[in-house]
Structures are given as structure tokens and as C-alpha cells.
Design a protein around this ligand. Sequence first.
Ligand code: FES
Length: 106
Amino acid sequence: MVEDLSFKRLPCNERAAVEIVVEGRKVIAYEGDSVAAAVMHAGLRPTRKTALSDVGRAPYCMMGVCFECLMNINGKANIQACMTEVREGMVITVQQGARELVGEIR
Ligand code: FES
């Protein structure tokens, strides 16, 4: 991951810093940031791989419509990163393909 210069943070002195872990790396975000914004600012691309073709994807609409931002957050897959606010200690990883189904399918 390399800090992406196309995502510059505006000055924000009023929000508290929050430390999250993105793909094993500690990253500083700010209260109120979405996970999608925080990982893009951290330079993480792609944020998920598709289930059928393993193609890399990244957040697109940033408003909960396209579902391109699905990530693993705190061990749960298929979480919309653009609709999830960062929390101290959050662990975020790239979602690889479809999430695993747990339990028996009937
Ligand atoms: S970026 Fe489109 S739903 Fe999250």
C-alpha cells in the first residue's frame, strides 16, 4: 500500500484520530471516516476480488448503491465499507471472492 495522492485529506482538527489495521498495517483515520474512505486514503487497491473471475474491484459510488466496496471487517465478510464508520482497533482485509457460507445449506 502506498499513500494515494489522489485522495488528500482536508484539514480536520476537530475529529479524533482512530487507529485501524488495514491488511496488517496500522493506519490512522479520523472519527466519522467511512472504512472505504480510510482504506482508499491508505492506498489499498483493490479492496475486493470478484468471486467468478478474481478481478480486483474498489469502492465506486461511496453511498451504498453499487456494492463494489464489500470488505472483511472485524472478521465479517460482505460488509459495505462505504456505509461503515471506522472504529478504534478495527481490522480490515480485502475480501477474496465470495464469502464462505457457514452452516448447512438445505
Ligand atoms: S462504494 Fe458503492 S456501495 Fe459502497
